[in-house]
Write a protein that binds this ligand. Structure first.
Ligand SMILES: *Cc1c(COP(=O)(O)O)cnc(C)c1O
Length: 412
């Protein structure tokens, strides 16, 4: 196994790393329920759901079975000119859940956002987008161009990114009453650029990888209003927020807003296979005509089959109560971190400790792993979005590990 880690270190690129990686990686042998087992025998409660995805936990019998059964029919066929039951069933289910009638199956979240941008450009004939700072929409070029310019490292790609219109980030706080000055500023900026804009693109209510920031649903309602007022499309990137994570099925549900275009991904397959989707209204689809996109593995039968099974499972599990219970446990458990942090915040099954300054990732990871927990901090953030299947004892392990990590932080 030392050999595995040595070869990994020599040849394998990991997300956002250099060679050799600054922080060592750990080898996983198995994952089951809410636990990862490392090749050295250590067992860790997974506080990350493999980046928002594994909402039902690992090796779920129903999801395993959905893939096995699909494998007996076919692993893949091209989607150009052909179709199949798992893709059609999934698309229908997604239209029921979102109220958006047209579904494009994409192979990752970033591709889904690329497709959403293509849809907006094709539907309006305009090319610029309006967004807010602090966002994250994926790593491909069009996606990067609407990520936060600082967190998204725009300076590394100067000249290669489309120039879009950025408003300041929505003021922090799910419960903080919308700030009229902010709303006026956004309205003014948007009015000045409306003639060249195709769409407003935002993550509803929770900005994920751009800073784990929660904002009041009133801001989202304002984005909808402004889009209508100026004839722009509203793109909701629900890739992180979708499927219950924030306490509602979608982030947009907090605001009672229906977007024109929506992206879903991450938890769509319950963390089994890469798959995402871009949905739009029938009216937008009509304006687009021929949508110029078609990935080789579009609608992959294994991925759509397991996504269908995952959505079925979600419909059966009391996810609303589970997410509420996780929220309560995170609020309780993380309160002790407050003296050491800039901010501690919780929304749905998302818990965040924001440090005063960027954290030492390795040191934090060592501490939480000593507590039997897997987390992956970034920037100033130590955060968790545990699987919905996480019980009270496991949640207590996660929050105790996070508080222990917070105690090691430097406070000003
Ligand atoms: C993760 C994420 C993406 C990108 O999805 P990938 O599958 O990693 O390409 C886009 N938007 C949001 C909001 C995300 O959280």
């Amino acid at each position: 196994m030392d050999d595995l880690l040595r070869l990994d270190r020599e040849h394998v690129w990991h997300p956002y790393t250099s060679f050799p990686p600054a922080v060592p990686v750990h080898a996983v042998a198995r994952a089951e329920g809410v636990r990862l087992t490392l090749t050295d025998g250590r067992e860790l409660v997974d506080g990350m759901s493999s980046w928002w995805a594994a909402i039902h936990g690992y090796r779920h019998a129903r999801l395993d079975q959905a893939i096995r059964a699909q494998l007996d029919d076919m692993a893949h066929v091209m989607f150009g000119g052909l179709t199949h039951e798992p893709a059609v069933r999934l698309a229908v289910r997604l239209t029921e859940l979102t109220g958006l009638d047209r579904v494009f199956l994409a192979d990752s979240g970033s591709v889904a956002v690329e497709v959403a941008i293509k849809m907006a450009v094709q539907a309006t004939g305009r090319t610029r987008l309006f967004t807010v700072r602090g966002g994250y929409h994926g790593d491909t070029f069009a996606c990067m161009s609407v990520c936060d310019p600082v967190n998204g490292m725009h300076h590394l790609f100067t000249g290669a990114l489309a120039q879009h219109v950025f408003a300041p980030p929505p003021p922090l706080g799910y419960e903080a009453v919308p700030d009229q000055d902010y709303l006026d500023e956004v309205a003014g900026l948007l009015a000045r650029h409306a003639h060249e804009l195709a769409a407003i693109i935002v993550e509803p209510v929770v900005q994920g990888a751009g800073g784990m920031r929660f904002y009041h649903p009133g801001y989202l309602r304002k984005f909808r209003e402004l889009a209508d007022e100026h004839g722009l499309l509203l793109i909701a990137d629900e890739i992180a927020t979708g499927f219950g994570r924030t306490g509602e099925m979608f982030g947009c549900d907090h605001a009672g807003v229906r977007p024109d275009i929506m992206c879903v991904g991450k938890a769509l397959t319950g963390g089994y296979l890469t798959l995402a989707a871009t949905l739009c209204t029938a009216e937008v689809a009509e304006r687009i005509g021929v949508l110029m996109h078609g990935p080789t593995y579009m609608g992959n039968p294994l991925a759509t089959a397991v996504a269908g099974a995952s959505l079925e499972l979600l419909a059966e599990r009391p996810w609303r109560e589970e997410v509420k219970a996780i929220e309560a446990a995170l609020v309780d458990g993380l309160a002790a971190a407050e003296p050491y942090a800039e901010d501690v915040r919780v929304l749905g099954a998302i818990g965040v400790i924001e440090a005063h300054e960027p954290v030492d990732v390795q040191r934090i990871q060592d501490v939480v792993m000593e507590h039997g927990v897997w987390l992956r901090p970034f920037g100033k953030l130590i955060y968790t979005m545990p699987p919905y299947a996480c019980g009270p004892e496991e949640l207590a392990m996660v929050t105790e590990a996070m508080v222990a990590a917070a105690r090691t932080l430097r406070t000003p």
